[in-house]
Design a binder for this molecule. Structure first.
Ligand SMILES: [Zn+2]
Length: 273
């Protein structure tokens, strides 16, 4: 049996002799805004094939126990994956789309994986293979996005609202980009946001988008809810799946960016245009 990985989104699908007929994101009833990724979906590769292709792993040490990894050339969405080191084991956030000895060895050298979670379903990637490679550790999936699980497995655990999978490491559901979109907060205030909060060309600014590749913005109400749900948490740094980094004053930057976004999408400045 073979585990098939969609080359459009990088999600692994259940093992089978022949490739699946469709990617989980290739559903006729789903709008482009709902998918929010690039595709096209439904052509397939495997962990073995990916291990045999020349590639490099980019590794950044962000300090304070936060590391990021990215395969290059990229496959699928091309996310930066994050490893958060804690005394009680590590969180793997937005996991890579593949596992082989090289990347698993790098993660093992950083302390391994105790729990896996992701910002939203486009980042489910090879989450089950990663769990199996590290002793079948739990994979947390927001219950609102359960329909997008491409590869069911007993290691999956559903969560809602708020979770603390490791002491001091919190998952916070804020919605927006997808229904279950979430962020992870480390014990000393680093926020890993996937594209629940997206970057911008200005490193001192963030954006809020329903469909990131197509730049479809979120509504005022959705952005207001994201900021309100993050308000109880302190954080000074913020990292997106696209490699955007906000190294200081992240909470103030999120607030300021959200306020400007809300005012513009609400039409407050339409007399100027
Ligand atoms: Zn796909």
């Amino acid at each position: 049996m073979t585990i098939w990985i969609c080359t459009g989104c990088g999600l692994e699908h259940p093992d089978s002799v022949v490739p699946p007929e469709h990617c989980v994101f290739d559903r006729g009833a789903v709008t482009d805004e709902e998918r929010g990724d690039l595709g096209p979906h439904g052509s397939w590769t495997t962990h073995e094939e990916l291990a045999g292709r020349p590639y490099e792993i980019r590794h950044r040490d962000h300090g304070r126990g936060v590391h990021s990894l990215r395969r290059e050339p990229v496959l699928g969405i091309g996310q930066w994956s994050f490893l958060v080191q804690t005394p009680r084991g590590n969180l793997l956030w937005d996991p890579p789309v593949f596992v082989d000895d090289q990347v698993a060895g790098l993660v093992r050298a950083l302390g391994g994986v105790a729990v896996i979670a992701s910002s939203h379903p486009h980042m489910f990637a090879a989450q089950v293979s990663w769990s199996h490679a590290f002793g079948r550790v739990p994979v947390l999936v927001n219950a609102l996005d359960e329909e997008w699980v491409a590869r069911p497995d007993p290691v999956l655990e559903l969560w809602t609202g708020h979770a603390e999978p490791l002491p001091g490491v919190e998952l916070v559901h804020v919605g927006g980009h997808m229904r279950g979109s979430a962020v992870a907060r480390t014990a000393d205030g680093t926020l890993l946001v996937g594209d629940t909060i997206a970057g911008s060309l200005d490193p001192g600014w963030v954006s809020f988008q329903r469909n990131v590749p197509r730049r479809v913005p979120l509504s005022a109400a959705a952005v207001r809810r994201i900021v309100e749900r993050l308000e109880p948490y302190e954080y000074d740094r913020l990292y997106t799946l696209g490699g955007n980094t906000v190294d200081r004053d992240a909470k103030q930057i999120v607030r300021a960016s959200a306020t400007r976004h809300i005012r513009w999408v609400s039409g407050e400045f339409d007399h100027l245009i």
